[in-house]
Each structure stands twice: as C-alpha cells, then as structure tokens.
Design a protein around this ligand. Structure first.
Ligand code: P6P
Length: 338
C-alpha cells in the first residue's frame, strides 16, 4: 500500500500489520536503522572535509585496514540498536565475535538479532565513490530470556525476517524488505526525512550490464571465464556493458533498476570468493528474490546455504533472473565438461 510522498515512518506504521510477525519491535528496529543511517550519512558526506578519512590504524577480522568511517559507522549502528533495547544480539563485519545485548537479563524479551556490514565498499571512501550499509534481521532461535548464542546468527538466509541497505551515493537511499516486496526511500537531507521514491522495486528479468572485477579474470574458474566471453560476444543483444564500481551496494542498486548481473566468484586467489555470506550475500539475496531477481553461488540458492561460521565467504552471483541462470549454465557445464 503506497501513497505518493509517503515518509518512511508513515510507511512502517501503515504496513506493520502486513508484516507476518506483526510486531512493533521490528518497526522500532527499522526506525533505529533509519536514525543510524542519517547519522552515518552526515559523516560520510562531510568525510572529505574533516580528517576522518584514512585508516584507523587497526585491522578487522578480514585482515583489512579499518577506515575511520568503518569504525564510526560500526559504533553508530551498534549504539543505536543497543540503546533502544530492541535486539538481543548483533554481529558485524567489524567485530570478531557477535555482541550479546543484555543477555544476562532474563527479562530481556528482545527476539531479534541483526547482522551488519556497517560500511561496505569502504576502500572507495577517500576517492569519493558511493559506499553502503547492509543489514540482515532474524528472529532468535534460542529461548527468549536466555543469553543469545552463535546458533541465533548461523541461520540460513531464508529465515531472514527483514534485510536492506543504505546507499550513500549522489543521494542517500534506504532500500529494504520485510518479505513483502522491496521499497526504496530517498533522504531529503534538508529536513532529514526519507520519502518513498521507489515503491515495489523489481529486477528486470533480463539486462545488459555485467559487474565483475575482470582484473581477476585469469584466476576465475573456466565456467566464469566462458560466461564473461559470452557477455563480450557480438551476437543478439551482446556485447553487454561492463560496469563495476567496487561497491556491492552500488552495483546491486544500479542492476536492480536497469537490469544486470553482479558476480564475485571463487578463484585461485579466494577459494570461496570474497563476499561474506551472513551480512553481505544473504541480505542482498533476500532483496534480490523479493525483487523478482535471483542469487546463487553458481550451484545452489544463496538463501538455502547453512552457515557454519560468522565470517564465512561464498561465491556470489546475483541479479536479473535470466542473466543469473545463463551464468549458472556456463558454470555448471564447465564443471561437467572441464
Ligand atoms: P574487489 C567491498 O570491499 C566489497 O566487499 C564489495 O562491496 C565490492 O563489490 C567488492 O568487495 C570489491 O572487491 O576485490 O573487486 O576490489
């Protein structure tokens, strides 16, 4: 149910009843993410003006230099969700282990856990290219009132109750789903309000944009190489256009609007690819499927993968359904006919 110029706050209230768990807590959680997004957006937008760019001198569990904005965004999202006593646990790309919230309080009736990549694409920050926040929300599976455990976080993606991203681009947008389609809200920075600008977002079934880091081409599996050559061939609606921003949220967002495919495959450099299942691939896969798109690891649906570790990586192919299926065909054929 949409109204022109509807604000995110109005949308949450008016659509809460449609949320199958019909719980005000999820609405409060989305509202807390909205608040944190505005705070981080303010810092991202002024990063070029103050000394907040550049490494914080630490490295995260991925062994990557932590940019100061990474650290700031991580703190803001965790603080906002913790202060409002809405969730029982948080896992973040920037945190080695999950964070239990009020877990010793047997009166803690909070039933949601959140997994987050607070500032994805952060290597783009100091070159003024879009970055994003990605979030994934589950109901806990262990008894309410007991300390949250790793089991609450290692759930397959099809158990997500909500997922979304913030893209800090030419405009700042919050795009999310609670399992009833995907809706995009654009921030009016003058008044700090998100307005419904992209109702019911859908991937076109076909597209002409492929997003992959071709600098790694020689390290890709043969099937991926064959698909990239297919995209480049003069035939039918090809060659396609190559667009790769180096920021998953930005490439995904453009592909969802225009049609396209994003590929981060395994390679001889990364045996499981680079992207993390729990707080990058699962939320983006949930959004993709809710927007008539598709997401797999080349062989199986991302949302069906049973996680075994908090920061595990998976090969990721996501976007317009027909493009993903064509890429899967090349990967699976090369596997059977090497
Ligand atoms: P590469 C950013 O670090 C990220 O996780 C995604 O946002 C992006 O698509 C990818 O990695 C870029 O990785 O190896 O191509 O630089």
């Amino acid at each position: 149910m949409y109204r022109k110029h509807q604000t995110l706050g109005e949308f949450i209230i008016e659509n809460q009843a449609s949320f199958k768990y019909s719980s005000g807590e999820l609405s409060s959680l989305i509202n807390s993410i909205r608040l944190a997004a505005k705070v981080v957006n303010y810092e991202v937008n002024k990063a070029g003006l103050v000394d907040i760019i550049g490494s914080a001198g630490d490295k995260n569990i991925q062994g990557e230099d932590q940019q100061k904005l990474d650290v700031y965004a991580n703190e803001k999202f965790i603080q906002t969700m913790t202060n409002r006593n809405i969730v029982c646990g948080i896992a973040s790309e920037e945190e080695d282990d999950f964070i239990a919230i009020n877990s010793q309080d047997e009166n803690n009736q909070n039933k949601y856990v959140v997994l987050i990549d607070p500032l994805d694409g952060s290597s783009n920050i100091d070159v003024n290219v879009s970055v994003g926040t990605i979030f994934s929300i589950y109901r806990r599976v262990t008894p309410i009132g007991t300390p949250v455990t790793l089991k609450d976080f290692l759930q397959p993606g099809h158990q997500q109750v909500a997922a979304g991203y913030v893209v800090y681009g030419t405009s700042t947008m919050l795009v999310y789903t609670t399992g009833d389609g995907v809706n995009g809200f654009t921030l009016n920075p003058a008044i700090g309000t998100f307005y419904l600008s992209h109702p019911n977002m859908q991937f076109p079934e076909d597209g002409r944009i492929y997003s992959v880091n071709e600098g790694n081409y020689i390290h890709f599996p043969q099937g991926v190489k064959n698909y990239i050559k297919y995209c480049q061939m003069e035939e039918g609606d090809r060659p396609y256009t190559s667009r790769y921003i180096g920021s998953l949220v930005s490439d995904f967002h453009r592909n969802m609007i225009k049609g396209g495919i994003y590929i981060y495959p395994k390679s001889s450099l990364n045996s499981n690819g680079k992207l993390r299942l729990l707080y990058e691939c699962n939320p983006m896969a949930f959004l993709a499927e809710q927007a008539n798109g598709k997401a797999s690891n080349g062989f199986e649906r991302i949302l069906d993968i049973q996680p075994t570790e908090l920061h595990e990586r998976v090969p990721f192919i996501c976007g317009s359904k027909n493009m993903v299926e064509k890429c899967e065909e090349f990967i699976q054929n090369a596997n059977t006919n090497p």
